[in-house]
Design a binder for this molecule. Sequence first.
Ligand SMILES: NC(=O)C1=CN([C@@H]2O[C@H](COP(=O)(O)OP(=O)(O)OC[C@H]3O[C@@H](n4cnc5c(N)ncnc54)[C@H](OP(=O)(O)O)[C@@H]3O)[C@@H](O)[C@H]2O)C=CC1
Ligand SMILES: Nc1c(N[C@@H]2O[C@H](COP(=O)(O)O)[C@@H](O)[C@H]2O)[nH]c(=O)[nH]c1=O
Length: 593
Amino acid sequence: MGFSLGAFSTPIICKTNNNNITQALDASLIRRAAEIADKSAGFTSPHPNFGCVIATTAGKVVGEGYLYAQGTEPAEVQAVEAAGNWGKGATAYLNMEPGDCHGDRTAVSALIKAGITRVVVGIRHPLQHLRGHAVRALRSEGLQVDVLGEDLQSKIIEEALKSCLLVNAPLLYRAASRVPFSVLKYAMTLDGKIAASTGHATWISSKKSRTRVFELRGRSDAVIVGGNTVRKDNPRLTARHGGGHLPMRIVMSRTLNLPEVANLWDVAEVPTIVATQRGARKSFQKLLASKGVEVVEFDILNPKDVMEYLYDRGYVSILWECGGTLAASAISSGVIHKVYAFVAPKIIGGKSAPSPVGELGMVEMTQALELIDVCYEQIGPDMLISGYLQPVPDMTPVIPSVDETSEIDPTVSPYESSIIFFYKTWDPYGAFSNFSPHPIRMPDENGDYLTWSSVEHYYQAHKFVGVSDPAARKCVEDIKSARSPEEAARMGRTIQRQHPNLVRSDWESVKIDVMYRALKCKFSIYPHLNSMLLSTVGSVLVEASPHDLFWGGGREGEGLNYLGRLLMQLRSEFLGDSSTPSESSITYQEKIK
Ligand SMILES: NC(=O)C1=CN([C@@H]2O[C@H](COP(=O)(O)OP(=O)(O)OC[C@H]3O[C@@H](n4cnc5c(N)ncnc54)[C@H](OP(=O)(O)O)[C@@H]3O)[C@@H](O)[C@H]2O)C=CC1
Ligand SMILES: Nc1c(N[C@@H]2O[C@H](COP(=O)(O)O)[C@@H](O)[C@H]2O)[nH]c(=O)[nH]c1=O
């Protein structure tokens, strides 16, 4: 070949340098968008924080805007107005894809009208029904849209992406965990006490720290304490830092053994909700109601149920300002996402003085919960240590991974797809489970057709097919006549564990194919199952088994989800095959009868 390496290398190096410069610019302007997006937090009730920065291709910022509150002028509209004619040919930086709540595409239209040619998006909208819409709409109008982590990837971009995740962390956690984002905040002495042994706690942290707490309250939808904190502190739980949003106050009390007169029962400025155990002190409930305090009864009062209830009421973020007993219960039930610990340089001592977190049942230091993304900040004389107990959720489907998805099923666009989970046969898509009662008819080694009561029967028995030992042949027969798919699974797994010598030597290499053939038969011979499978086009299918990390997706998406993958593969094959599937299925069904 007549080309020298040098002929290629120069432009490649230039391109890389250019890329580095562009990515550094993109990263810094996206971080700016996230920074201004955060400006509205604390001024109105929490809502997604949107920021928009418009810059020329040389990186000169010509317009900025942030959404003040839901229903006010979108960040993009403000930035476009500020940019004026500079908007033509410019790049818009958005910390988050706009969500078109009103169906009027205002944000998208503003960018298009302004003549913006490129849009850089920090994260896609976390809510499934809005996710990807604006990105698609902008692309369809010919704008170049680069999404961080998808179209742009590098260390510096990763850091910018993080700032976008953090600025909308409450919404992301809420969308992923279906409870509001919860922050546990406490003030403790250097010797780890949140009050003296008498229960006296005013004050541990400095005035400056307490003003910071007011800001935290102003960023929250509600502040929660337990009954004992009401009895000991008679708190007000208001945000008194001057203006801004006032959160609701919530008291969790099982006994309702609470004072008749308390600051929290004065609801002139902010409402208070008391969450209690069903039937607790009805007369006191009446008294609270007469003061305008809302009482909500729970069958068993616990943090998880209260959080699910507040999620249903639309709450996005909650500040827990309770003592250690309730804090331990909230942490144990997994509802706390972030911790703010104000540490004051004071020592109070006291064997029975309370600490920030009560009993968690841990016995070894190796069990300790480690915070991530920890920040240290000095506030007056105090140190504020904050960090997350759970990582900021990634809303893109990971099972299969983004790269694998389009290989398995080209109809799924990995960044925009929804996930359909199935597991138990009574679930909405329960018929996808191998335990669903749909017999299949499959050829044996000699080509003779045999009927199997379910895919699970077929799959489990095939662990022992072809092994010359008569005991293996008996296993196949026994599993085949198991009275239920559950029984077949139990038998297959137990024999495999206890008598590995009876398992065919090629099992690990053939098991996916065995499953594939059984599934293909099942979804070919039952037209309604075939329709159900085809109705899921565009969605990632995940078997939500928390135990089976090979066929299932696992509790946290750590499973390989091979059952979901095979179903997606079959779906794609059925779609590609116009003669699907009814003619052949009738013959098959006839055979089954
Ligand atoms: N320094 C700081 O940051 C803070 C210090 N404090 C101090 O802590 C002390 C109070 O601590 P503590 O009693 O732990 O705090 P809390 O009162 O905040 O929490 C315990 C109470 O919560 C109620 N509760 C409802 N459901 C549950 C549940 N599922 N699990 C546990 N409790 C539940 C009960 O109220 P009931 O008994 O009414 O049924 C229980 O007594 C006080 O001295 C206070 O001054 C408190 C908050 C912050
Ligand atoms: N003692 C203590 C805190 N205690 C928390 O603040 C509540 C009192 O709030 P308010 O009545 O609105 O001033 C109290 O019930 C408890 O939840 N907080 C802190 O930042 N620092 C402190 O030293």
